[in-house]
Design a protein around this ligand. Structure first.
Ligand SMILES: Cc1ncc(COP(=O)(O)O)c(C=O)c1O
Length: 449
């Protein structure tokens, strides 16, 4: 079977995620036969460097022998068991390890099976906590503009990317939206820290005005990923933690995209030295092998649900594949790799190579900004550099980048006008330079007219 056979069979029966299927008339889906390290290979032997870690999930490359062996071993004993009334070794070990690694004070792990579900769990838990604590007036959530927390209705409601959200608005609960500290909009000469601090004033005012009705503030710590890899300084999180405490409002850290080393530390919250009340994890949790998510929370939250059954305080939320044994085992193997390979230290060198490889883009007439936090680097294309006028979204400049990348063997998947690198951590310096060279060609082509 060649590429064409698989893509035509695909188009006869599949409906792909986040896709206008008509686009496939011009560019059929690429069938992937195998993955090895940072490389994906199609049925005709063409290779693609996975510069976006397959939607930010893959950490140690495709086909990693250690994770593969752990999964094979797990298959010999237990693939899955209901997690209500039963438990298993990988679920227990993983919860113990995550609690050990996460900010001190997070001591309970509630499993789910994908990122959006983890966000739903955190929102429901926060709301339900306040009910159990005798504060039924707390029913609302505070969120940042340009944020993204997933596609299920609760998660979509607290997000703010119009492309995904607008059409469903009539179905959604209404969050209180505060302008993002997105440092792309800082004044020239203003530091990220100064801008983030300045933008915090609106959050402070909002918390003061809405503390009585607010359950929680939800944020993507340090990088708003789906919103175009927009970044801000840790000082914002520090101020937010203090203000949430002062006003009696929970803090939900959605580390689904930024967790597991993407920002340079294992969790982004570490850079602000804060402990959220809820920390959502998924994506890299299993190294990109299997769907799994969890919400870590505090003993105080757990205690508010702990009572006689008849008092109806329990958190009666579940998903069938909650805490799947294979997925938990893949996660344990992933955490082993962080330790064995000293990944966070090694990534500092890779992040430097990414910075060097992309530095020259700053001078491109259609690049407004090159920004980076740890292993995430983003390049913002604009029509007019002087006033940072964006390209209209209808022109789909990013799609041109995507198409060129594929012809040269690099999977770049821009977010609108933002090209970014978020590769698996097994990428070699030469592969980073290749990825950046191809991105450079693609930028020239995409901005030519
Ligand atoms: C910050 C953040 N939260 C939540 C989600 C949703 O995760 P999932 O796609 O697994 O539902 C995503 C996915 O991109 C994300 O980036």
């Amino acid at each position: 079977m060649n590429n064409h056979n698989w893509s035509s069979r695909d188009l006869a029966v599949l409906w792909h995620p986040c896709t206008q299927m008509k686009d496939h008339e011009a560019l059929p889906p690429i069938p992937i036969k195998r993955g090895q390290g940072v490389w994906l290979e199609d049925f005709e032997g063409n290779r693609y460097l996975d510069a976006i870690s397959s939607w930010w999930v893959n950490l140690f490359g495709h086909g990693h022998p250690y994770i593969k062996a752990a999964l094979k071993d797990q298959l010999e004993t237990l693939e899955h068991v209901i997690l209500a009334g039963f438990t298993h070794e990988p679920a227990v070990r993983l919860a113990e390890r995550l609690i050990g690694l996460s900010p001190k004070g997070l001591s309970r792990c509630f499993y789910a099976d994908n990122g959006s579900s983890a966000v739903e769990v955190a929102l429901k838990m926060s709301f339900h906590f306040w009910r159990n604590a005798g504060k039924p007036e707390k029913t609302r959530f505070i969120a940042l503009s340009n944020s993204y927390h997933g596609e299920t209705l609760g998660a979509l409601a607290v997000g703010d990317v119009a492309l995904y959200k607008k059409i469903y608005e009539p179905l959604l609960l209404k969050p209180i939206t505060v302008e993002s500290p997105d440092c792309h909009y800082r004044e020239s000469g203003e530091t990220w820290a100064d801008y983030s601090r300045r933008k915090f004033a609106e959050m402070e005012r909002t918390l003061a005005a809405h503390a009585t009705e607010a359950c929680a503030v939800i944020v993507e710590p340090l990088v708003q990923c789906a919103g175009g890899m927009r970044m801000y300084d840790p000082v914002y999180l520090k101020l937010l933690r203090e203000a949430c405490d002062r006003h009696g409002v929970h803090l939900i850290a959605d580390e689904i995209a930024v967790g597991f080393g993407r920002t340079g530390t294992l969790f982004a919250c570490e850079q602000a030295d804060i402990r959220p009340d809820f920390m959502c994890l998924s994506k890299g949790l299993t190294g990109g092998y299997l769907p799994l998510s969890c919400v870590l929370t505090t003993e105080a939250v757990y205690a508010a649900f702990y009572d006689e059954y008849a008092r109806l305080k329990a958190f009666l939320h579940s998903h069938s594949y909650t805490g799947n044994a294979l997925a938990c085992r893949a996660a344990l193997a992933t955490l082993d790799l962080f330790e064995k390979e000293n990944t966070l230290a090694a990534n500092r060198l890779l992040a430097d190579v990414m910075a060097e490889s992309a530095a020259a883009f700053e001078d491109h007439p259609h690049v407004a900004e090159v920004r980076q936090t740890g292993m995430i680097l983003a390049i913002e294309l604009v029509r007019n550099k002087a006033d940072r006028e964006p390209y209209p979204w209808q022109e789909r400049r990013g799609l041109r980048v995507y198409r060129h990348g594929l012809t040269r063997g690099v999977l770049l998947r821009p977010l609108g006008n933002v090209i970014y690198f978020m590769p698996p951590y097994v990428i070699a310096p030469d592969e980073i330079r290749f990825m950046a060279d191809v991105a450079g060609e693609a930028i020239d082509i995409a901005t030519r007219d």
